[in-house]
Ligand binder design. Sequence first.
Ligand code: ATP
Length: 390
Amino acid sequence: MARLELDGLTKVFEGDSGPIVAVEELDLDINDGEFVVVVGPSGCGKSTTLRTVAGLESATDGEMRIGGEVINNKAPRDRDIAMVFQSYALYPHKTVAENMGYGLHLSTDHTDEEIEKRVEEAATMMGIEDLLDKKPGSLSGGQQQRVATGRAIVREPSVFLFDEPLSNLDAKLRKHMRTELARLHTELNITTMYVTHDQEEAMTMADRIVVLNDGRLQQAGTPKQVYYEPVNLFVADFIGSPSMNIFDVTLRRDSDGGAELVNESFTYAISERVTNNFDAADGDEFILGIRPESLHPADETTPVKKTVRGRVDVVEVVGSDNFIYLDIDGKECRVRTRSAVEPEIDTTFDFTFEEEDIHLFDADTEEALAHGTKSPEPADQGVEEAAVGD
Ligand code: ATP
C-alpha cells in the first residue's frame, strides 16, 4: 500500500495537426488505501492519466510518486502497479492459471510453488478457482473480467489502476462486479485509481471522485461534494442524471431588501440568506442551477414568484420515479418526481423549488457562488461558506 502523488503531471501528444495536450498540470494526491474514481467526457484525458502513471506513456512534464519515490523513469514492471484493462488483455493460448501467474514469472524471482500458491489464493478471492485450467476463449465476459482482476491481485501491488474494467459487461453483471470490486477493495485496501464513464459506478464506488475536462482537473471531492457542491458549472452539469437544469437569470433588488431572480419565463423571489453570500447588485447576471429531483409540482399555496410554468413534452416512467420533460419557452427542463405525478402531454405544469436547493454560478467565470444546504458535508474547495437557506 502507498500514497500516489501526481505533481503537475502533463502529457502532450504530437498530433498530425500540432500538439495535443491530453493532461495538463494535474495535481492529485491519492491517499494510502483510497479508492479514487476519475470521470469526465470522452477525450478529457482519463485513460492518458492512467497510462502515464502505469508507464505505458511517458510524462511530458511533472512528477509522479508512489510511496514518496519518483517513478517517472522507472520501467512499468518496476512501478509496483497492477493495471486492469477494459479489454482484459488475456493471453488466449495460456490457461487462466498461466495468465494469472505470467507477470510474476517475468518480473519476480518467486519459485513456481510460490506463484502457484498466490494464483490459487487470488482465484479463490475472485471465485474462479474452478476455471484455472481453462483458456480465456471458453470463458464468459464476467469470468474473463475476474481473471484480469485476479491477475492484478496476484502481483500484490502498491497501486491498482483500472481502465473502464466493467464497460464490456451487460448492465446486471456490471452492477454485480461493481459490488465485488468494492468488497475486494475493503478486503485488500490497496490504493486505487479507477477510470470510468459510468457515473453510477463513480458515485457508488469512490471514496473520492476526480472530474477532468480538457485534460484539466475540475474538482476532486467525495461523491456527495461533487454532487451537492460542484465547484463550477461544468461539474454541476456533468455529475447527475438527468443533468442539472440551468437557467440564465438576472438579479433584481426591491426596495425592502428582498431580491428576485428573473428571466423571460419566470420570476423567483429569494431571501437575503441567499444574496448575503456573495456580491449581488441589481442587474447582475447569474446562472441558476436546479437538480431535477429538487423540482416539485406547485399548489395553491405556492407564491406566484416561486412558480415556474412549463408545457409537458414527454413523461418517462422509470419505475419508482417519473422523469417529466418540460418545455419552458423553448428550453428543456427536466423534473424527477414520484410515479404518482403523471401529467398529460401538452398540458401546462406549474412547479416550484426550495431556496435551499438552488445553485448559483457566476455568469462569466461559471464558478460556483452559492449552493443549497442539502449536502451533509462541508465544501472541499472553491466554495467557502456560501450556503443558501437555513
Ligand atoms: P475516452 O473516455 O473516450 O476513453 P479519455 O478521457 O480516456 O477518453 P484519452 O484517451 O486520455 O481520453 O485522450 C485524451 C486526448 O489525448 C484526446 O484528445 C485523444 O485524442 C488524445 N490522445 C490519446 N492518445 C493519443 C495518442 N497516442 N496520440 C495522439 N493523441 C492521443
